[in-house]
Ligand binder design. Structure first.
Ligand SMILES: Cc1cc2nc3c(=O)[nH]c(=O)nc-3n(C[C@H](O)[C@H](O)[C@H](O)COP(=O)(O)OP(=O)(O)OC[C@H]3O[C@@H](n4cnc5c(N)ncnc54)[C@H](O)[C@@H]3O)c2cc1C
Ligand code: SF4
Length: 448
């Protein structure tokens, strides 16, 4: 522990976002960074608790007290070594992890000001790249071949782990670029794509083979491999089958988000296929993170107004007695995109889309009540009859993704990440990819 009393004397300091007027017209990352001295001070706030709940809450089992201790003393290389033992890609989680660890930090419970674990993690890996600590390794080949299908964070974690163990790994990706939702879902203002490319360059030098533009038929896996990791994610978005769904101007969130990311990567999109919020009243249906990313993207495209509606009631602000520490607190989340301006409404069900000349002009919504279940299960939705029309000429459906139906797979195939669990988080996918790699290694080691 760097300074046993720092948690009493040093307040939590977040780096914060770039000012709205500065960030709203570009797609560069919105988050700022602290200087080295401030970062070390933040790390020194870690109390090195006897029972570190942050280990338990992090799906990767990261060791924040250990790397905070090193960081607070300015031992950046040591901090990086500790961090990279449990996390293949701290540069992704350091930017976009919802920081499950921080919600279980004892300083969250005590003074509602946890250690800035996520930002510290990002600072450590960025220093490691800057200082040249992240260098490609050389791994002796063991003569066994593994195919990884899908190149999102899950597939990348499987590939990284198995490659280091000496397997000859090929990652097959149906899109023309590697990264899955890191590349085509998550907007650049949360995760700049050069961050993915920097890691891929290391993995390629270390020997991972990447084959893009190759859609694998899961019923006929490619020949010549000893094992397969199926990391194909959850490609199917949840639809809203209500009258008027076929009007133009209604899109799945991912259609807009991935198109915008492609344009930023230099792809040409025909004007007639362009989905843009420019000059439009935008309605986002779905109150989660994907919806929030649509809001930030719509602002940058020049929307006239943005409204986000959610069928569930508004969660409490700050503290929710139903999800006490150290559980993940289900409370109102305000993202950088929300801060940029947006009307947020809850307990609204969408009854029908309204249109003119084949184009959407609005959505009829109805207020609903949620009746708690006596057995503590899912509450029942009750329409109240209070209806209104929200005007919109671009509607984005951000209501989550369906768990995929996978065909029967051979015994030497392991399913991991979102494909196995349904939609989750990058940190959970990296953890799932690491355990899939472990399973494959055990399976192939037994076989000899
Ligand atoms: C808009 C959006 C924002 C998000 N923001 C966050 C966030 O801020 N923080 C966070 O932690 N999580 C976030 N998530 C969730 C996170 O991105 C996912 O949980 C994670 O990317 C899933 O990883 P994966 O590798 O399992 O699947 P994916 O990332 O979906 O990757 C699967 C890959 O498999 C490929 N593929 C599919 N089928 C085949 C096939 N037959 N042959 C070859 N390739 C195939 C796909 O093209 C894709 O590249 C967000 C998700 C979305 C949609
Ligand atoms: S990966 Fe996420 S949950 Fe784990 S230590 Fe980092 S910020 Fe916390």
């Amino acid at each position: 522990m760097g300074n046993p009393k720092a948690f009493l004397t040093v307040p939590r300091q977040e780096a914060g976002y770039r000012p709205i007027h500065d960030r709203i017209n570009d797609y560069s990352e919105v988050e700022q960074t602290l200087n080295t001295g401030e970062r070390k001070l933040q790390a020194s706030r870690c109390m090195d608790c006897g029972v570190p709940f942050c280990h338990w809450a992090c799906p990767l089992g990261n060791r924040p007290p250990e790397f905070q201790d090193a960081l607070s003393q300015g031992a950046w290389r040591k901090a990086y070594e500790i961090l990279s033992r449990t996390n293949d890609f701290p540069e992704f989680t350091g930017r976009i992890c919802p920081a499950l660890c921080e919600k279980s930090c004892v300083l969250k419970l005590a003074i509602d000001a946890p250690v800035t674990i996520r930002e510290d993690e990002c600072a450590i890996i960025e220093a490691a790249f800057r200082e040249g600590y992240v260098v490609p390794g050389r791994y002796e080949r063991n003569g066994k071949y593994v195919a990884v299908i899908g190149s999102g964070p899950t597939g990348l974690a499987v590939a990284n782990q198995l490659n280091k163990k000496g397997y000859d790994v090929t990652v097959f990706e149906r899109e023309e670029r590697i990264g899955g939702l890191l590349r085509y879902g998550i907007p650049n203002f949360k995760l700049g794509k050069s961050i993915i490319d920097r890691r891929l360059a290391i993995m390629k030098t270390e020997g991972v083979n990447f084959q893009v533009g190759t859609k694998i038929d899961l019923e006929h896996l490619p020949q010549g491999f000893d094992a397969y990791a199926i990391c194909t994610g959850t490609p199917q978005a949840r639809d809203l089958a209500i009258p008027g769904r076929d009007l133009s101007g209604i899109h799945f969130a991912m259609e807009m988000l991935s198109q915008q990311n492609r344009i930023l990567a230099g792809d040409i999109v025909d004007t007639k296929d362009r989905i843009t919020a420019h000059g439009k009243q935008v309605l986002v249906i779905g109150g989660g993170d994907t919806g929030s990313d649509c809001i930030g993207t719509a602002h940058r495209q020049g929307a006239v107004s943005v409204t986000q509606i959610e069928i569930m009631p508004q969660p409490p602000v700050g503290y929710n007695p139903e999800t006490p520490w150290p559980q993940w607190p289900v409370v109102l989340k305000t993202s950088s995109s929300h801060e940029e301006g947006c009307v947020r409404r809850w307990s609204l069900n969408s009854n029908r889309f309204i249109g003119k000349n084949g184009r959407v002009t609005g959505v009829e919504v109805e207020e609903v009540e949620w009746i708690p279940a006596s057995d503590g299960g899912r509450p029942t939705m009750k329409p109240t009859g209070k209806k209104e029309v929200i005007q919109a000429d671009l509607v984005l459906l951000a209501m989550g993704f369906l768990r995929p139906q996978l065909p029967e797979l051979p015994q030497n195939a392991v399913v991991a990440g979102d494909a196995a669990t349904g939609p989750s988080l990058v940190v959970k996918c990296i953890a799932s990819g690491r355990s899939a790699a472990e399973k494959i290694d055990q399976m192939l080691s037994v076989k000899g």
